[in-house]
Structures are given as C-alpha cells and as structure tokens.
Design a protein around this ligand. Structure first.
Ligand SMILES: *Cc1c(COP(=O)(O)O)cnc(C)c1O
Length: 350
C-alpha cells in the first residue's frame, strides 16, 4: 500500500489531528482503575450527556463495549435476537458464545433493519425444553447493510416488544452520530428507551482509540467490573480520553462532509455498468455495492486488488460485494479522484 493511497476501507483509519495530539500531550491523568483519572471521568460524563444516558464507561473498543453489555444482559444458554449481518455476530469473533455462553438468533432483514413483528415472533416460547431469549440487539447505523438507519418509529416498535416481554434492548450505536445526522434528529432521540448503548469515538468522530458503553448508573458500575475482568481496565487512560473529548466535541459537526462525499461517490458509481448500487441504501458514510459478472467476473477480491493498484483502498463485504467508507481524512477532491480511478479501472477491466 502506497502512502498516497486514498484509503476508503473504513472510517477507523483516521489519524489524530493536531488538536487531539496537543490535548493528549497536555492531558491531566491518574490511575483510572482507582477511578482517579480526571480526563477519563470528564469524558465519561460528557459522553453520557451526549448520548442522553445516565452514565458511561470508557472502553478500549466497540467490541468490548458490546460484549460487556451482552455479558451483563444475558446468561449462559440464552438467545440474543439480532440482525443477521450485525457486528456482534459477524465481526466479534464469536465473543458472545466464547465469553458469555450466548447464542445469537440472527434474523435476515431487508436493508439490515429488524422488523418489530419478526423480532416478536422470534422470542422463544416459555417452555422447559427451549433456550430463553435474553436480549434484543439493534445496530444503528447498520454497518454491513450499507450504513442504513432505523428511524424513531421503528425503534419505538422494537423497544415496545422488549417491554412487553420483559427483555432488555441493547443498541450497537458505533455510528449513532451518523444515524442522527441522516435522520435529522439528535442522538438522545435515538437512544431513548434502550437499556444500554455503545458508541465509538474511533469511527467518524476521529479519535485514535476508544468507545463508550452507556446505561443507568448501576449498570455502568457493573460494567466497570466486567471491563476489568476482560482485561480492559486502563491506567493513565486520560491520554486517550483527551483525544476522545476532542472527537466528541468537534467530531459531530464535520460528519455532514462525510455523508456528502459518500452520496457523491455512490451517485457516480451507480452510473457505472457492472456496479449494482441501490442509492436508497446510502444514508450515511458507507457505500456498499455488488459487482455484476461483467466486471472482474463479479469477484470483489479481483476488483479490490485492481483498485489498490490504482491507488484506492476498499474492503470486501462478500465474494461479490465491496464497501467504501468516507471519513475525515479523505476530502472531496480525493473522492473525485477515487471516482475517476474506478471509472478508469472499469474501462480496462470490463
Ligand atoms: C466498528 C464497529 C464496532 C466496534 O468495533 P471495534 O473495532 O471493536 O471498536 C461495533 N459495531 C459496529 C456496527 C461497528 O461498525
């Protein structure tokens, strides 16, 4: 990979900017396992407020945040109702089974958006020979479905199913700020009613490291124990939290540029023969498309290898699907260059 490559693999590839690096260098720190890091505490307070939740816990990764929540809501042998392509199933290395004895009950859903009636129908019957449903899990925005978003009415209906059946509902809101922007609403309006919410500072918000697990105060107190159990207790973590505070305060305001860039990229790609892209799925900063047989024989691996030779990096979703993600470290001009390079590649590879 050349250093000049236009990197559209993920919004996790951003490097901390000057303001973040300064904040890290100047951070006031203490031992956070003793609860003595003032910068981590400030981040946890501001992050809880930003999410409209009572309390928050700073965790090293979104995966750890999700897994702590699953561990606390579930119990071994229990089933977690979730969407089939969700992160906790596809990208967390089987952690719910390995660490908490939980079984996913994945529901394939159009655009990656769970249907409240299907969720209710999937709840296990209360009989002695069936595993229990212990949790409903929702991902907003939905990464592998193309950054699609749940609006409040759909969330409301899913939360109502949870309440009717006495089930907790966890939100994987890794990109909840993107979802709020796409829907023209606020983050608290999308998190209201959830028992726990995880969101990432290290995606579009631009921090180098870190996520938050939010919930009621007693839940977060328990989450702190599980974080330590999993090896996620960090000592002078204020150096990371300082960058996180910059991301939390400044990051949301620049997400519109990422969404505009993704829309621009998607509209251009949708015109290219051999690229199958439903523009209605492109709501946030993620663009997923399918390759027809006429382009690189429909192989995402071949397409991505040629793309890399042309200086653009993307990622595979499946054998014939590709994902491109916009973020702070790619500007409009580079998006236009990426479009030109893909158009050029298609002329050669068609
Ligand atoms: C990135 C992501 C996470 C967390 O990923 P980490 O790499 O562990 O920080 C969780 N859920 C979704 C939907 C994500 O996209």
């Amino acid at each position: 990979m050349s250093t000049a490559a236009i990197d559209l693999r993920s919004d996790t590839v951003t490097r901390p900017d000057d303001e973040m690096r300064r904040a890290m260098a100047e951070a006031e720190v203490g031992d956070d396992v003793y609860g003595e890091d003032p910068t981590v505490r400030r981040l946890e307070e501001e992050a809880a407020a930003a999410a409209g939740m009572e309390a928050a816990l700073f965790v090293p990764s979104g995966t750890m945040g999700n897994q702590i929540a699953l561990h606390l809501h579930g119990r071994p042998g229990g089933e977690v109702i979730c969407e089939a392509l969700c992160h906790v199933v596809k990208h967390e290395i089987g952690a719910m089974a390995a660490l908490s004895g939980l079984l996913p009950l994945p529901l394939s859903s159009p655009w990656g958006l769970l249907d409240p009636a299907a969720v209710e129908a999937a709840i296990a019957p209360d009989v002695s020979y069936h595993s229990r449903t212990v949790l409903i899990e929702v991902e907003n925005s939905h990464n592998m479905a193309g950054g699609t978003v749940y609006d409040r009415p759909r969330l409301e209906a899913i939360l109502a199913v949870g309440r009717r059946h006495g089930l907790p509902v966890h939100l994987d809101g890794a990109r909840i700020f993107n979802a709020a922007l796409a829907l023209g609403t606020t983050v608290p309006a999308l998190t209201a009613g959830f028992d726990s919410v995880m969101y990432c500072l290290s995606k579009g918000l631009g921090a180098p490291v870190g996520s938050l697990l939010c919930g009621r105060r007693d839940f977060v107190t328990e989450a702190r124990r599980v974080r330590k159990m999993l090896g996620g207790g960090m000592r002078q973590a204020g150096v990371l939290a300082a960058a996180g505070l910059v991301a939390l305060r400044k990051g949301p305001a620049r997400l519109p540029a990422d969404h505009e860039n993704a829309g621009r990229l998607a509209r251009a790609l949708a015109e290219i023969p051999g690229i199958e892209l439903d523009l209605a799925t492109v709501r946030t900063n993620i663009v997923i498309f399918r390759l027809g047989p006429e382009l690189c024989a429909g192989s995402s691996a071949t397409f991505l290898a040629r793309l890399e030779e042309a200086g653009v990096l993307g990622g595979p979703v499946s054998h014939d699907q590709v994902r491109l993600v916009t973020h702070r470290d790619v500007e409009r001009a580079q998006i236009d260059q990426a479009i030109e390079k893909i158009q050029g590649l298609v002329r050669v590879a068609a």
